[in-house]
Design a protein. Structure first.
Length: 211
């Protein structure tokens, strides 16, 4: 199997996982290797923080609905209490109102407001393309053996890829380079929380650095 075929298989597998089409505990054969529950234990957030992030996302969606109703098309992603807003809103006042509403949510440490003012809501095909780009970026991160791919959150909106996670400066630069090399990516925005090598050593085992 050549590298392009293997990458395509990985992208498909990641897309299926994201869509919930595969059981969380079932092993998956990708490129000849078994991928199972061991893949998901490299998240560098504590279990409590992961739960907090889920709660933050639910509360943020409710606050946005209360503030704007059906105006705009907004996605929320929380990672380690950093809340990323992507999508489109009609007016600048709407963008400010959304940020103010979600910024008051308990445990939110900061808000990264990437909402586009006056942009047209993405069509179903555009959203599908964003999902496919996300799957390709994740597959490419898996291919990069010097990265813990599951410690990096990938979000795509209108071809712009946002990278989140607790990573070292080396990992941030490496992941950004990998994402930029994926077809269809218009831009890469780093929303990383940079930690030191010492902090990483105390958080999780480190992958080998490529020679």
């Amino acid at each position: 199997m050549n590298s392009s075929t293997a990458r395509a298989l990985r992208a498909t597998a990641v897309a299926l996982i994201g869509a919930g089409a595969l059981s969380a505990c079932a092993p998956l054969l990708v490129g000849g290797a078994m991928v199972g529950t061991a893949m998901v234990v490299t998240d560098r957030r504590t279990a409590a923080t992961q739960l907090e992030d889920e709660v933050i996302e639910v509360k943020a969606k409710n606050r946005i609905q209360e503030a704007l109703g059906d105006k705009g098309q907004i996605s929320v992603t929380s990672y380690n209490r950093v809340l990323l807003l992507t999508g489109e809103v009609p007016e600048a006042a709407d963008k400010a109102a959304v940020e103010q509403a979600v910024g008051r949510i308990e445990n939110v440490q900061s808000v990264v407001n990437e909402l586009i003012v006056g942009g047209f809501p993405r069509s179903v095909s555009q959203r599908s393309n964003d999902a496919f780009i996300t799957s390709k970026v994740k597959a490419s991160l898996i291919d990069a053996k010097d990265l813990f791919s599951n410690s990096i959150k990938v979000v795509t909106s209108s071809g712009v890829v946002y990278l989140m996670g607790r990573v070292t400066e080396r990992e941030a630069d490496r992941a950004t380079d990998v994402a930029r090399g994926v077809g269809g990516v218009q831009k890469v925005v780093k929303v990383f929380q940079v930690i030191s090598e010492a902090e990483l050593a105390n958080t999780a085992p480190r992958p080998p650095v490529k020679p």
